[in-house]
Structure formats: structure tokens, C-alpha cells
Design a binder for this molecule. Structure first.
Ligand SMILES: *[C@@H]1O[C@H](CO)[C@@H](O)[C@H](O)[C@H]1NC(C)=O
Ligand SMILES: *[C@@H]1O[C@H](CO)[C@@H](O)[C@H](O)[C@H]1NC(C)=O
Ligand SMILES: CC(=O)N[C@H]1CO[C@H](CO)[C@@H](O)[C@@H]1O
Length: 393
């Protein structure tokens, strides 16, 4: 049984989904979080700045180049990854258009806003749209050449994101292999990464594997709470969570094509706190366990069984619940925070820095710091919807 099934039901995130990189200051970790904007009730980017700071974020990645966000985060030291929408790939394979795009959407904000990477298209290859797919690498190349011409290629990387479904085989992890019909394209893309030194990005959701097969898949294994784990019969490596198994399946697939040295990063992962009746596992408690355990894992910097020394970069999906996302209820409930800035559930981790209680220009109240212990100072608080200072760290 392929316990690491990839649902083709992965969220359609064509537009305006952005990513935030969290760096747990207290833990010295490097965690990212998606800052999606498919919603009509989110706070203004200015109001999001303190929220991001409160959770120790130092990196943000956008699927677009939202000027309001890029301006709001100027001089904050936060590093940005910005995005090109799939529908713009066709245009941007033209080097002239790519140069104009980079000038307007990247160079314009430098150096005040630290844009470090451009994600060209999201999950393009798994749309099975041959025209869209054929524009992917040319667009990546044109944007890279534009950066070279502007002398920005050393500070701004070019990449794209892939759905885990680019894998044909994902279990056991050592058998990880790309879909045969995508191997040619992926080889060229990996070759590009290898040449320019940019990372290969995968969106990986153990949640979907669980949701599609809740009777067979052990919840403890997907929530990082397994005690026994699973041994890969070929490599002999023991996996105690599905996330690492998915990541190493991708590592194996890359290695099979000869690209062991290209750096793999996880551009999206997460767990919804709410779902429809038929969406097993979508609860606040499971979301807290998944994201909390993930944070802990990343803070430990132990790498994966196959790559024990890897400082894996992971971006959690998402900063906010997004009320305009289509699909089942879970799609609108992946956020760590509600649109008003209060936690969507007991996040189980501390925040550093103060969170303002002032009302924003849009009338959205910023979260009060709640649940602080009496000894807590006003400069640091525990962001929790419970008064119980449960913390994983
Ligand atoms: C794309 O093609 C693959 C392989 O033929 C198939 O398994 C998958 O379901 C298709 N996905 C979509 C979204 O059509
Ligand atoms: C989290 O914050 C609370 C309240 O300030 C504090 O008591 C607790 O020790 C903190 N936990 C960690 C792990 O920092
Ligand atoms: C308008 C408003 O509520 N302003 C407050 C913002 O927060 C500072 C610091 O707590 C207060 O001093 C302001 O009065």
C-alpha cells in the first residue's frame, strides 16, 4: 500500500498565496509559513508586520509581488520570496518581458525589502497542461537572465514549486521516483537548479495522505507522534513520521536522476483545524500537534533519515485562514491565525516580541496577548487561546 498517497485534490493556489518564513528566534530554527491572501477579511499588511514579528518570522515568501506587502515589510529585515503566477509564464518567457517584470517587481523594492528568491509558477507540472508546462523552464531561464543582466543573480534565486504528485512512487522512501512522463522536464529543471544554485521546492501534505485513507494510515505517524515508526525495507532506515518519508522519497527521486546535490526545500506543508464531515483528521488538536511537532523537529535540525545533516527549510501553510478559497471546508482552515489576528487554535508555541492591541486602519483588532503567566512581561507573550500555558518548546 502506498501510504504516502498524493491526493490530486491539492489546493488550487493560483493566485495571491504567499509564504512567510518563520525563524523561531528562541529556537534558532528556520521555519517558513505561507501567508495566503485568498480572503476578503485579512488585516492590512502593516498590521501583519507585528504579527509576523511576534512569531519570530524573518522570511516571507509570496506567490505574487503584492506591492502593499513588499512596502509594509521594507526595512524590517524580513527576507522575501516572491512569486510569478502561472498565467504569467507565457508572457515572461520573453526575455524583454522578464527584464521589465524583474525591474518593476523585484529591483524596485531592493534593497529596503530583502527579496531573495523568485518562485516562477506554482505546481505547474501537475496541472497536466502541456502548454503551461512548456513555458515553465523558459520563463525561469528568462527571469534568471534578467537578474544576471541587472547584476542581481547572486542575491536573488530563481525556482518553482512542485506538488508532491510529481512523484510516481513515494513509498518506501528509497523507491521514490518521478512520474515517467515528467522525467524529461524535471531533468531539465534540476539541471537549471544545479547550474544556478537554486533550491528544488516541493509542497508536501501528509494530511492529504491521511484524509484519503484514514483507516489505513496511522494518525500518530502523520502527526509525528509515532513510537514505532516504519522501516524502509530497502535502505533499512527507520521513519517515525510521514513527513520525513515524503521528503526522502523526493530526495530519492532527485538522486535517481543524478541531482543529489540540488537542495530540496518544502515550500508548503500544514494541517487544517477544521473540515467537512468526510474530512478525517481536520481538528484543532491535530493541527496543533502537526504544526507544533513540525516546529520542534525543525528546531532540532536533525535532517531526515536519508539526509541527517540537512538543515531542511520548511514553510508552513498558512498564516491566515482564507475565507475565499474554493473546495472543501479544510481549504479555508489551514491558517495558524484567524483574520483578526488571534490564533485559530492553541498553537502550542510561544511568541516573542509584543503584539499591539491597537485597531488598524481597516478596523481589524490586533490580537491581545493572552494567557501570559503572571511573571510575563509586556515585551513577550504567549499567544494562545487557552489560558493554559501549554508549550512545546
Ligand atoms: C495528470 O496525469 C497523471 C498521469 O497521467 C495522472 O495520474 C493525474 O491524475 C493527472 N492529474 C490531473 C490533475 O489531471
Ligand atoms: C512560554 O511563555 C510562558 C509565559 O511567559 C512561560 O511561562 C513559558 O516558560 C514559556 N515557554 C517556553 C518554552 O519558553
Ligand atoms: C489608537 C490607540 O489605541 N493607540 C494606542 C496604541 O498602543 C499604544 C501603546 O499601547 C497606546 O499608547 C496608544 O494609545
Amino acid at each position: 500500500m502506498d501510504i504516502i498517497a498524493h491526493p490530486s485534490t491539492l489546493p488550487i493556489m493560483l493566485i495571491s498565496v504567499s509564504l512567510l518564513f518563520l525563524s523561531g528566534v528562541a529556537m534558532g530554527s528556520s521555519l517558513g509559513i505561507n501567508y495566503g491572501q485568498v480572503a476578503n477579511n485579512l488585516p492590512s499588511p502593516e498590521a501583519v508586520v507585528p504579527l509576523v514579528k511576534s512569531i519570530g518570522s524573518t522570511r516571507i515568501k509570496l506567490y505574487d509581488t503584492d506591492p502593499l506587502i513588499l512596502k509594509a515589510f521594507a526595512n524590517t529585515g524580513v527576507k522575501f520570496i516572491v512569486g510569478v503566477a502561472n498565467e504569467d509564464l507565457k508572457k515572461l518567457r520573453d526575455p524583454k518581458q522578464a527584464l521589465a517584470w524583474v525591474k518593476t517587481n523585484v529591483q524596485h523594492y531592493l534593497p529596503a525589502t530583502k527579496i531573495t528568491c523568485i518562485v516562477v509558477g506554482n505546481e505547474v507540472l501537475t496541472y497536466n497542461d502541456s502548454i503551461l508546462s512548456s513555458n515553465l523552464l523558459p520563463a525561469m531561464e528568462s527571469i534568471h537572465i534578467a537578474l544576471v543582466n541587472l547584476n542581481l543573480d547572486k542575491q536573488v534565486m530563481v525556482t518553482t514549486t512542485h506538488n508532491l504528485a510529481v512523484l510516481q512512487t513515494s513509498y518506501p522512501p528509497s523507491s521514490g521516483a518521478f512520474r515517467t512522463d515528467l522525467i524529461q522536464k524535471l531533468t531539465c529543471i534540476l539541471d537549471f537548479h544545479s547550474k544556478v544554485g537554486s533550491p528544488f521546492l516541493i509542497n508536501a501534505y501528509p494530511y492529504f495522505a491521511y484524509k484519503s485513507n484514514p483507516k489505513q494510515v496511522q494518525i500518530d505517524f502523520v502527526l509525528f507522534e509515532s513510537t514505532s515508526g516504519v522501516v524502509d525495507p530497502v535502505s533499512g532506515l527507520r521513519y517515525d513520521n510521514m513527513f520525513h518519508a515524503q521528503v526522502d522519497a523526493a530526495h530519492s527521486a532527485m538522486e535517481k536522476l543524478g541531482y543529489k546535490k540540488v537542495c530540496l526545500q518544502i515550500s508548503e506543508t500544514g494541517w487544517p483545524s477544521k473540515g467537512d464531515a468526510n474530512e478525517a483528521g481536520a481538528t484543532p488538536e491535530n493541527a496543533r500537534k502537526y504544526n507544533g511537532n513540525l516546529l520542534k523537529l525543525i528546531a532540532e535540525k536533525n535532517g531526515t533519515p536519508l539526509r541527517p545533516n540537512l538543515d531542511l527549510k520548511v514553510y508552513v501553510f498558512a498564516l491566515f485562514n482564507e475565507n475565499m478559497k474554493p473546495g472543501p471546508t479544510s481549504e479555508r482552515n489551514f491558517g495558524l491565525f484567524k483574520p483578526d489576528g488571534t490564533p485559530a487554535y492553541d498553537l502550542g508555541f510561544n511568541v516573542s516580541g509584543s503584539v499591539t492591541t491597537n485597531t488598524t486602519s481597516e478596523g481589524v483588532s490586533q490580537p491581545p496577548v493572552t494567557g501570559s503567566s503572571p511573571a510575563d512581561s509586556s515585551s513577550s507573550g504567549y499567544l494562545s487561546i487557552t489560558s493554559d500555558s501549554v508549550s512545546l518548546f
